[in-house]
Design a protein around this ligand. Structure first.
Ligand code: GLN
Length: 542
């Protein structure tokens, strides 16, 4: 059976627990182990799909159509293992399943309680679907001591007992802050955090201590003494210049070696980290730089576009260049001239989004890119904006728009109420529930032979992940094609346009799906590789 590694956090949030878990997964993988990562989120939303990106960052969509926490994006990018619906659960989902079971009479006769019924449901979730794995890494969201996290901590405590010796390990991520005025690192917050953990019955096997300064051996011994573990299992995790260095850096300080010892494994083969080293090398030694403007709405919170900024970096890795991102709130184009912001950039990307605010500014950015022949990449809402711009300015359809905002005279983007997935017809209603009602997850598309995208992918059949309600209205496709914008990717039934492009432009592609979700540092996505290549071309022309 798979061995379980639980990763908890303490002291403060935002220590990069997701990234640490993902990098540890990659490190175990580099030793030849089969791994999967999972996240338990203590909040009460059933999934993060209904949360604002301002609140919670990006919603990461899996192939099987789940809207999940953005940490699953880190997991996929570091391990290359596609996440599934069964890899992320929230308190909201656990409680709704318990209550559903109670209503159906599943607990007949008994009082339904957090322990054992909620904790059993959590344990069932953790242990489901893990056949064939060597290690399952389970990250618990939030920090120890949060009220809402308690059932999860209790469940993993029980699992440690249920599964017996050598089957589980607890890693606790803490902060060892450096106090400038005293010129000292402070271990007290870590001691308190572990005290909290032990009070609920969990003794960490390894402490991973985030620090901005090297952690002296004396401090490691002191932490070990107070927290009841050997000094070599108090592992410093220094801040690094690039996230791709994390697997290598963790190995250098012995994280994987100590972790394997917790499981009684002393003779594991050393990890092959050559691919990660190659990525770090490329990131640290670029041959040039391109500037890409990302014109969107959730610009203050970079985590809202986590996968996107990662995918753009991957495109840079593939082209040996550094990608400098200008995050521009599209609303500024509604006040000032777009040109003054976009004059210097080598590529323009309009990402996904929802709602009316900032749309005219995004359309302005598309117009600039189209007219000035700047490489343009539109993703989901970005595609919608590109179609609206082309309809208005190329095809002369005044009042072209999307039915997502009002009732435009020419609804070039509209709500599809029915579509086909596999052999099934799926449907959505305009006034239905908001949660989980989008076209979600992986759908295949057929590419037009001879099109730009067919060249970019080097294939005619692709599969990409979706998260949207509205689609390009095919009634306008002919008119748009006559004026230079063509559909170059279709759903297999030929009903939904998946990709639009302007052939008479150096690089102008809009896609209905989210290719950024599938890009990985070791395997950059072809669309991002090609977009950055076009930006490199452009930068050399000026
Ligand atoms: N708001 C658009 C829709 O729902 C686009 C969504 C997105 O960009 N992810 O169709």
């Amino acid at each position: 059976m798979a061995r379980l590694i639980f990763i908890t956090g303490g002291v403060v949030s935002s220590l990069g627990k997701g990234l640490a878990s993902a990098a540890l997964g990659a490190l175990l993988q580099a030793r030849g182990y089969k791994v999967r990562l999972r996240k338990l989120d203590p909040y009460l939303n059933v999934d993060p799909g209904t949360m604002s990106p301002f609140q919670h960052g990006e919603v990461y969509v899996t192939d099987d159509g789940a809207e999940t926490d953005l940490d699953l994006g880190h997991y996929e990018r570091f391990t290359g293992v596609s996440a599934r619906k069964s890899d992320n659960v929230t308190s909201g989902r656990i409680y709704s399943q318990v209550i559903e079971k109670e209503r159906k009479g599943g607990y007949l006769g008994r009082t339904v309680q957090v322990i054992p019924h909620v904790t059993d449901m959590i344990k069932e979730f953790v242990l489901a679907d893990i056949d064939g794995l060597d290690f399952l890494l389970v990250e618990i969201g939030g920090t120890v001591g949060d009220i809402e996290g308690l059932p999860f901590f209790e469940a993993i405590r029980q699992l440690h007992n249920d599964l017996g010796r050598g089957q589980t390990a607890f890693i606790h991520l803490t902060l060892v802050p450096y106090i400038e005025a005293a010129g000292e690192l402070k271990t007290k917050p870590t001691q308190h955090s572990v005290k909290e953990l032990r009070a609920i019955g969990i003794q960490p096997d390894i402490l991973l201590c985030r620090t901005s300064h090297p952690l002296p051996d004396d401090d490691r011994r002191k932490i070990g003494l107070f927290c009841n573990l050997p000094a070599e299992r108090v592992i410093p995790a220094m801040d690094l210049d690039t996230i791709y260095r994390v697997p290598e850096a963790y190995h250098a300080v012995g994280l994987d070696t100590e972790l394997l010892r917790v499981f009684g494994i002393d003779n594991a083969p050393p990890p092959d980290l050559s691919r990660w080293k190659a990525v770090v090398n490329k990131v640290k030694n670029p041959e040039g730089e391109v500037r890409i403007a990302v014109v969107g709405k959730y610009m203050q919170v970079k985590d809202s576009y986590k996968s996107l900024s990662e995918a753009l970096t991957h495109g840079g890795i593939a082209n040996n260049v550094k990608v400098h991102l200008d995050w521009i709130d599209s609303e500024v184009f509604e006040r000032d001239d777009a040109a003054s912001f976009l004059e210097e950039v080598d590529g323009i990307l309009v990402p996904g989004g929802f709602g009316e605010r900032g749309t005219e500014g995004k359309i302005g950015a598309v117009k600039f890119a189209r007219e000035r022949k700047v490489p343009f990449f539109g993703i989901c809402y970005g595609l919608h904006m590109a179609v609206i711009e082309a309809a208005r300015d190329l095809a002369g359809l005044d009042g072209a728009g999307t039915t997502e905002i009002g009732h435009p005279r020419h609804p070039v983007i509209g709500l599809m109420t029915e579509w086909v997935k596999g052999n099934q017809v799926e449907s959505r209603a305009a006034n239905g529930d908001m949660g989980g009602t989008m076209r979600l997850g992986a759908y295949p598309a057929n590419l037009t032979p001879g099109s730009k995208v067919a060249e970019v992918y080097g294939a005619l059949e692709i599969s990409e992940r979706h998260r949207h309600r509205y689609e390009v209205n095919t009634n306008y496709a002919k008119d748009l094609a006559k004026h230079g914008m063509e559909v170059s990717g279709w759903s297999p039934d030929g009903r939904l346009p998946e990709i639009m492009e302007i052939p008479d432009h150096p690089w102008f592609i809009g896609v209905q799906f989210h290719p950024e979700l599938k890009s990985r540092p070791l395997e950059p996505h072809p669309l991002f590789t090609s977009f950055i290549a076009a930006a490199v071309q452009k930068s050399r022309l000026v």
